[in-house]
Design a protein around this ligand. Sequence first.
Ligand code: ES4
Ligand code: ZN
Length: 324
Amino acid sequence: MKTFIENLPKAELHLHIEGSFEPALMFEIAKRNNIKIPYNSVEEIEEAYKFDCLQDFLDIYYQGAGVLTTEQDFYDLTYSYLQKCANQNVRHTEIMFDPQTHTERGISFETVINGISKACDDAKEKLNVTSLLIMSYLRHLSEEEAFKTLEQSLPFKHKITAVGLDSSEKGNPPSKFKNVYKASIKEGYIPVAHAGEEGSADYVWEAIDLLGIKRIDHGNNSLQDDKLIAEIIKRDMALTVCPLSNTALQVVDDLKNHPLKKMIDLGLKVTINSDDPAYFGGQVNKNYSDIQKALNLTKKDLYLLAKNSFQYSFLDENSKKNYI
Ligand code: ES4
Ligand code: ZN
C-alpha cells in the first residue's frame, strides 16, 4: 500500500504555506533575520506542537510565521514545500497564503506574493510541479481589513486564482465576509472557505449560500445535516479533508473514527490533504497512508481520492487531462 500511495499521482488542494514551515528552516530563517524564537531545539518544538483545539494551534502558527521577513524567506519556504510535493508525486498543488499575517507586521503584500510566486514558477520548470494560489482572508479580523487585502491584491491579480477564509472559525461565521466575497468574485477570484471544521453545519450553509463557495475546506460537520449533504452533492462540491489535521486539533478523537469513509459512501466528493504539514505530523502521503490503515481503505478508494484531487482542482478542463 505504501508504494501504491507513493506512486499515485496526486494533487493537494488544502495547504497553508505558512503551515509547511518546518522547524529546521524556521531556525535557519530566524537566525539570518536576527529574530528570537522561543525554542532552543527540535524537542522543544515538538513539545509545543501539542494542541487542544484550533485556537491553540493558531497562536503557535502565527508566531512561527512571524519570522518570515524578506522575499527570499517566502521563496525558500515555498520552494521547500514544492520539493516535498515532487518527492511525493504531488503533481499539482493549490497553495493558500495568509497575506494579513504578514502585512499586519509591516511586510508588504508584494514581498509575500513575489517570493511565493517565484518559487512556484521555478518549481514548474525544475520539479514539474504545477501550482496556483489561494489568497485567504483571516476571519478573526474585520471585513474591512479583508477589503484592504483585496485592494492590495489587485496589482497581482494575474498570480492569484482563488480567495479563501481561514483562522478562528467559531464566532466568525461566513456571513461576516459576505460583501468582500461578492467583491472578490467580481474581480475574478474563485471563492472557497474553511467551514465546518470546528463550526457547525450552519456555517457550511452560510459559506455556500452567502459566499457562493465552489469547494469546502474541511466540511466535517456537514455530516450533522442530511439536507446539507444532499445540497453539497447536488452542487457537485468537493470537501478538502485533512485527516492528520483533524486528529492534531481534536476535531476527530482517533483516525479510526474519522468520517472520511462515511463521506465517500454518502456520495460526497472527498480529497485528502495535509493542511499544515509541519505542525500536524505528516505530509500528503502520510495522510493517505495513515487514513488508509485506520479505515481499511482499498486501492480503489485511494485511486478515487487521488482522482478527485485533480477533478476538483481549479485547473482548466484541458489541463486536467494531463494528470488524470
Ligand atoms: C488552519 Cl487547520 C486551519 N484551520 C483554520 N485556519 C487555519 N489556518 C491555518 N491552518
Ligand atoms: Zn486549513
